[in-house]
Design a protein around this ligand. Structure first.
Ligand code: PGA
Length: 250
């Protein structure tokens, strides 16, 4: 059966020293509570190796991106093998901020996903519509296209390694969360899209996280929905108490 997961996305926040401290706090807090879900933190590249040295097995570690090439003359890029060599096991791919500000397309994302999988990194693949698309009632189609174009070149075996994160762009960092019903409606749609291509077993086994202004006060209601398997947490992952409040919503 699919896993429940709470993953932090620190984005471009914290210095190395602040990040190591925050990771240690989360790691210590987890030892006390025995969470009912997998817990992951996705952190800046510069922090990965140091954080990997201070956390225990019970806390997963991921990057927030990786390059669409394996190695070579790509100044400033960080490859999937480099990420994997730090000890990280996950990588966020296709975050709306990457799509919007750095021009990531489905074609680039297919390369990144392939390289992540080749290097035993689990992609946390993000999808989600902007406000205009929702208002024009195109959100179901937009999200379906993002999945089809970014992931449906994979075999069923490869696809079953993917974690999906539905993040309506209008809810990210805005304080405007999707209602639990809006999230459930989209998550059920996503599961149907997967089932049509890969069958019910793969669809039922895929973890689909919700992201967008998720916080301790709304996590319980969101996670109670049958197709919401956890959260990808931005702002609230930067404070140990808030992040743990969300972890403990399971
Ligand atoms: P937020 O970000 O929780 O700050 O809205 C979520 C995300 O972008 O992953």
């Amino acid at each position: 059966m699919r896993k429940n997961i709470v993953a932090g996305n620190w984005k471009m926040n914290t210095t190395l020293q602040e990040g190591v401290k925050l990771a240690e706090e989360v790691n210590n807090a987890l030892k006390e509570v025995k969470p009912n879900c997998d817990v992951i933190i996705c952190v800046p590249f510069t922090h990965l190796a140091s954080i990997n040295n201070v956390i225990s097995k019970g806390l997963g570690l991921g990057a927030e991106n990786c390059a669409d090439h394996k190695s070579g003359a790509y100044t400033g890029e960080v490859s999937a093998p480099m990420v994997a060599s730090t000890g990280a096991k996950y990588v966020i791919l296709g975050h709306s901020e990457r799509r919007q500000y750095y021009g990531e397309t489905a074609a680039t994302l297919r390369e990144k996903v392939a390289l992540a999988l080749e290097n035993d990194l689990t992609p946390i693949f993000c999808i989600g519509e902007v406000l205009e698309e929702r208002e024009a009632d195109k959100h179901f189609d937009v999200v379906k296209s993002q999945i089809v174009d970014g992931l449906f070149n994979l075999s069923a075996e490869e696809f079953s390694k993917i974690i999906l994160a539905y993040e309506p762009v209008w809810a990210i960092g805005t304080g405007k969360t999707a209602t639990a019903d809006q999230a459930e409606e989209m998550h059920a749609h996503i599961r149907n899209v997967i089932a049509e291509k890969y069958g019910q077993d793969v669809a039922q086994g895929t973890s689909i996280l919700y992201g967008g202004s998720c916080k301790p006060s709304n996590a319980k209601e969101l996670f109670a929905k049958p197709d919401v398997d956890g959260g990808l947490i931005g702002g609230a992952s930067l404070k140990c108490a808030d992040f743990m409040g969300i972890v403990n919503a399971f």
